[in-house]
Design a protein around this ligand. Structure first.
Ligand SMILES: CCCCCCCCCCCCCCCCCCCCCC(=O)SCCNC(=O)CCNC(=O)[C@H](O)C(C)(C)COP(=O)(O)OP(=O)(O)OC[C@H]1O[C@@H](n2cnc3c(N)ncnc32)[C@H](O)[C@@H]1OP(=O)(O)O
Ligand SMILES: Cc1cc2nc3c(=O)[nH]c(=O)nc-3n(C[C@H](O)[C@H](O)[C@H](O)COP(=O)(O)OP(=O)(O)OC[C@H]3O[C@@H](n4cnc5c(N)ncnc54)[C@H](O)[C@@H]3O)c2cc1C
Length: 652
C-alpha cells in the first residue's frame, strides 16, 4: 500500500494541479477553522497509524462471527485511542462539529461499529431524558465504558407507531420497582444496534402503568447482561436478528422481558416522574420523550454529507483515471471525466454533500437554541424544529441514496466490486431512509405542520419563520433565473402544493370522509408538499449561509463554493421543472420558466444557463478539483478506501 501511495497516477496528479483555489482554505472552512483541521488530522493520523486497525483479510471473506469479533476488537482500540485525544476545552458545538467531520470510524468499519448506538443514542438519551442525579451517575459510566448501552425502542410489531409499543413497565409501589414484560412476540424489541451480544445496558421505551392507569411511553435504564459473564439477566431474553443488507457489524438484536424487575429510579425522570407512592407527574409536553430522535435526525444530515462525500470522492477519482472510447480518431481515449454526462452524474453529488454540511450546521444551531429554551420551559419552537428535522432527514437521506447509487454506476463494472466500497456505502446510506423515522412517515409529520401553517396563513395569522414564505406568494409572478429567483420559484411550488393539499382535504371532508380518511386520501400530495418544503429549505439555507459564512474567504474559494450553490440550485430546477410550471398563475411566469428550462437543458444552445454559470467550463479546475485536489477529502482520511481503490483499479 505504501509503495502504491507514493506514486500518484499521472491523470489524477494533472487534475489536482489544475485546481485554482486554496484547498487548505476550503478544508478549514468546512472544519470550522484551521485549529479544527489540525485537531481532526491529529485524530486521524493517530488512528490510521495503528496497525491493529487494519484488516488482515477483507471483511467480506470473513464469517459473520469473525466479522463481528474483528469489529469489536477494532472498536476497543478506537475507544482507547480516541479517549486519550479528547479535548475538554472545546464547546459542545465544536466537539460535535469535530465528531462529524472526523470520519475515522467510517474508514475503519465498513459496516459500522458495534458501539455505534452507545456513542449516539444511548449517551444522548441519558443526557436528554435523565434528571440531574441520573445524568451524573450514568454519564460517567457511559463515557468510561464501564457499561455499554443501546437504545431499544422499535419492536417486531411496531417501529413507526411509538404510541403502539407493547412492552409494559408496571409500577409496583410495594417494592418500589417497575416490572417489565413483553406480553406477546410482537412486543419484542427488534433492531437495536449492539443488543445482540455487545450491550449490557439499554434504554427501553415502554408503555408505563401506575395505579392501574396508563402513563404513556416512558424511557427506562435497564441492565440486560451480567457485567462479569455477559449472560442475560433473569427475566431477559436476548439474541441477534440475522443478516442484513448492511450494518452487519452493528450487532442488531432482539430483547424480550418476563417479569423483569428494576428499581424505581431506573425510569429516566427529567420530563415525567412516578413518585414512590405511584403518583404520576406528567411531562409538560409528551413529545419531549422523543427528543433523542430529533437529535439523531439532525445528525443524519451530517452523516449523509460525509457518506455521500466518500462515494463521490471515489467515483470522481475513478473518472479521472479511467479512460474509455475514442470519440476522435487517432487521439488517445479520453478520461471519462471529460464526458459531460459523467460530470452531470458526479458533480451534483459534490454539491449535495456541501449543501448537507451547511444545512446540518444550520439545523444544529437551531437544535441547540431550542434545547436551551426547553431547559427553561419554553416550548415555542419545538414544533418548528421537529418539522424541519423530519423533512430534512427524509430528503437528504433519500437523495443521498440515489446519488451514491449513481456514483456506483458511474464506475461501471468496477463499482459493482465490493473492493470499490460503493456497495457498502450504499447499504449504509439507504438504511437512513428507514431508521430514525421511516422517510414517508417523516415527510407526513412535516406535512402536518405545513397544513396547519397553510390554514393559519388563510386566516391571516403568523406562522413559524421557516414557513413564513407561505404567506408571501402573491408578490411573485415573474420567473427569475438567478439563484434567489429559483429559490422563490421553489417557494411558490411548495406553497402551491400546500394549497392543493388543503383543497383536497376540504373536498374529501365535504364529501363526508372522516378527517383521518381525508388525510390518507391526500397523503401522496402531502408527501410531495413536504418534500417541496424541504427543497425550499435546503436551497435557501445553502445560499444564505454561504452568503454570510464565506465573506472572509478568498475570491477563488468563494467562486468555487458559489458554483456549487449554482449547480445545486439549477440541478433541482431541472429535476422539478414540471413542478415549477404547475403553480403558475400568469402566462409570463410560465413562458419564461419554460424558456429557462430549455436553455438549462441545452435545448437552446446559445447563452445556456448551464454555461453561463460556468459549471461545464469549471469542471476540470473547479468543482472536480474540490475532490481531486485530494485535500477536502484527503486521501489520508480514507486510507482503507484508498487502499481498496488503489489495489483494485489501474491507477498507475
Ligand atoms: C456542528 C454539527 C454537528 C452535527 C451533529 C454531529 C454529532 C456527531 C455525530 C453523531 C453521529 C450520529 C449518526 C447517526 C447514527 C444513527 C444510528 C442509527 C440508529 C437508528 C436508531 C433508530 O432507528 S431508533 C428508533 C427510531 N424510531 C423512530 O424514529 C420512530 C418514528 N416515529 C415517531 O417518531 C412517532 O411515532 C411519530 C411518527 C412522530 C408520531 O408520533 P405520535 O403518534 O406520538 O404523534 P402524532 O403523529 O399523533 O403527532 C402529535 C403531535 O406531536 C408532534 N410531534 C411528534 N413528534 C415530535 C417530536 N419529536 N418533537 C416535537 N413534536 C413532535 C406532532 O408534530 C404533532 O403535533 P400537532 O398535534 O401540533 O400537529
Ligand atoms: C439499520 C437499522 C438500524 C436500526 N437501529 C435501531 C435501533 O438501534 N433502535 C431501535 O429502536 N430501532 C432501530 N431501527 C428500527 C427503525 O427505527 C425502524 O425500522 C423504523 O422506525 C421503521 O419502522 P418499521 O421497520 O416498523 O417500518 P414500518 O413503520 O412498518 O413501515 C413500513 C412501511 O409502512 C409505511 N407506513 C408506516 N406507518 C405509516 C403511516 N402512518 N402513514 C403512511 N405510511 C406508513 C412506511 O412508510 C413504510 O413504507 C433500525 C432500523 C434499521 C434499518
Amino acid at each position: 500500500m505504501d509503495a502504491v501511495n507514493k506514486v500518484i497516477n499521472e491523470d489524477l496528479q494533472k487534475e489536482r494541479d489544475k485546481c485554482k483555489f486554496n484547498v487548505a482554505e476550503l478544508t478549514a472552512f468546512l472544519d470550522g477553522g484551521d485549529k479544527f483541521t489540525q485537531k481532526r488530522r491529529e485524530k486521524e493520523n493517530r488512528v490510521f497509524s495503528i496497525q491493529g486497525l487494519r484488516d488482515a483479510v477483507p471483511d467480506e471473506y470473513m464469517s459473520h462471527k469473525e466479522r463481528y469479533e474483528n469489529a469489536v476488537r477494532k472498536a476497543v482500540i478506537m475507544h482507547q485511542t480516541l479517549g486519550t485525544l479528547e479535548d475538554k476545552t472545546l464547546t459542545e458545538y465544536e466537539t460535535a462539529r469535530l465528531a462529524l467531520r472526523a470520519t475515522t470510524s467510517s474508514a475503519i468499519f465498513k459496516e459500522n461499529s458495534p458501539l455505534m448506538l452507545h456513542y449516539s443514542m444511548f449517551a444522548n438519551v441519558i443526557e436528554g431524558q435523565g434528571d440531574e442525579k441520573q445524568r451524573e451517575y450514568w454519564l460517567k459510566k457511559i463515557n468510561n465504558m464501564e457499561i455499554i448501552g443501546t437504545y431499544a425502542q422499535t419492536e417486531l410489531g411496531h417501529g413507526t407507531f411509538i404510541r403502539g409499543l407493547e412492552t409494559t413497565a408496571e409500577y409496583d409501589p410495594k417494592t418500589e420497582e417497575f416490572v417489565l414484560n413483553s406480553p406477546k412476540l410482537t412486543a419484542y424489541k427488534w433492531w437495536p444496534g449492539g443488543l445482540a451480544h455487545t450491550a449490557n445496558h439499554c434504554v427501553v421505551m415502554a408503555h408505563t402503568y401506575s395505579q392501574g392507569k396508563s402513563c404513556g411511553i416512558q424511557p427506562f435504564m435497564v441492565q440486560i447482561r451480567d457485567l462479569e459473564t455477559n449472560m442475560p439477566m433473569k427475566g431477559v431474553k436476548l439474541g441477534e436478528i440475522g443478516a442484513k443488507l448492511g450494518f452487519n457489524t452493528v450487532n442488531n438484536g432482539f430483547l424480550g422481558f418476563e417479569n423483569h424487575r428494576i428499581p424505581r429510579d431506573r425510569m429516566l425522570m427529567k420530563n415525567s416522574q412516578i413518585l414512590k407512592d405511584g403518583t404520576f407527574i406528567s411531562s409538560p409536553n409528551s413529545k419531549l420523550t422523543y427528543g433523542t430522535m430529533v437529535y439523531i435526525r439532525v445528525s443524519i444530515l451530517g452523516t449523509m454529507a460525509n457518506t455521500l462525500g466518500r462515494a463521490v470522492t471515489i467515483a470522481t477519482r475513478y473518472a479521472a483515471v479511467r479512460r474509455q472510447s475514442q470519440p476522435k480518431p487517432n487521439e488517445p481515449e479520453p478520461q471519462i471525466l471529460d464526458y459531460v454526462t459523467q460530470q452531470h452524474k458526479l458533480f451534483i453529488g459534490i454539491a449535495s454533500s456541501h449543501a448537507y454540511y451547511i444545512s446540518c450546521f444550520w439545523l444544529w444551531t437551531l437544535y441547540h437554541r431550542v434545547t436551551k429554551e426547553l431547559a427553561v420551559g419554553n416550548m415555542d419552537n419545538l414544533a418548528e424544529l421537529h418539522a424541519l428535522a423530519c423533512c430534512l432527514k427524509a430528503t437528504t437521506s433519500a437523495d443521498a441514496a440515489v446519488l451514491v447509487e449513481r456514483c456506483r454506476l458511474a464506475c461501471g463494472g468496477h463499482g459493482y466490486m465490493l473492493s470499490s466500497n460503493l456497495p457498502q456505502i450504499y447499504a449504509n446510506v439507504t438504511a437512513a431512509n428507514t431508521y430514525e423515522g421511516e422517510n414517508t412517515v417523516m415527510l407526513l409529520q412535516t406535512a402536518r405542520a405545513l397544513v396547519k401553517a397553510g390554514m393559519q396563513v388563510a386566516q391571516g395569522q403568523k406562522v413559524s419563520p421557516s414557513m413564513a414564505y407561505l404567506a408571501d406568494q402573491s408578490k411573485m409572478a415573474k420567473w427569475d433565473s438567478s439563484v434567489d429567483g429559483i429559490v422563490k420559484g421553489f417557494q411558490k411550488v411548495a406553497a402551491g402544493k400546500v394549497a392543493a393539499c388543503l383543497a383536497s382535504l376540504q373536498r374529501h371532508t365535504n364529501n363526508g370522509q372522516s378527517a383521518e380518511d381525508a388525510w390518507n386520501l391526500t397523503s401522496v400530495q402531502l408527501v410531495a408538499a413536504s418534500e417541496a418544503h424541504a427543497r425550499v429549505i435546503l436551497l435557501s439555507v445553502f445560499k444564505s449561509e454561504m452568503d454570510v459564512q464565506t465573506l472572509t474567504l478568498s475570491g477563488e474559494t468563494r467562486t468555487v463554493l458559489f458554483q456549487l450553490v449554482q449547480l445545486y440550485t439549477i440541478y433541482w430546477a431541472l429535476e422539478k421543472v414540471g413542478d415549477l410550471l404547475l403553480p403558475t398563475t400568469t402566462t409570463t411566469y410560465s413562458v419564461s420558466i419554460c424558456d429557462t428550462a430549455m436553455r438549462c437543458d441545452g435545448w437552446m444552445d446559445e447563452t445556456s444557463l448551464f454555461e453561463k454559470s460556468t459549471i461545464q467550463t469549471s469542471a476540470r479546475t473547479g468543482i472536480a478539483g474540490l475532490v481531486l485536489s485530494g485535500l477536502v477529502y484527503d486521501s489520508a482520511v480514507y486510507p482503507e478506501l484508498v487502499h481498496q481503490s488503489l489495489t483494485s483499479w489501474p491507477l498507475q
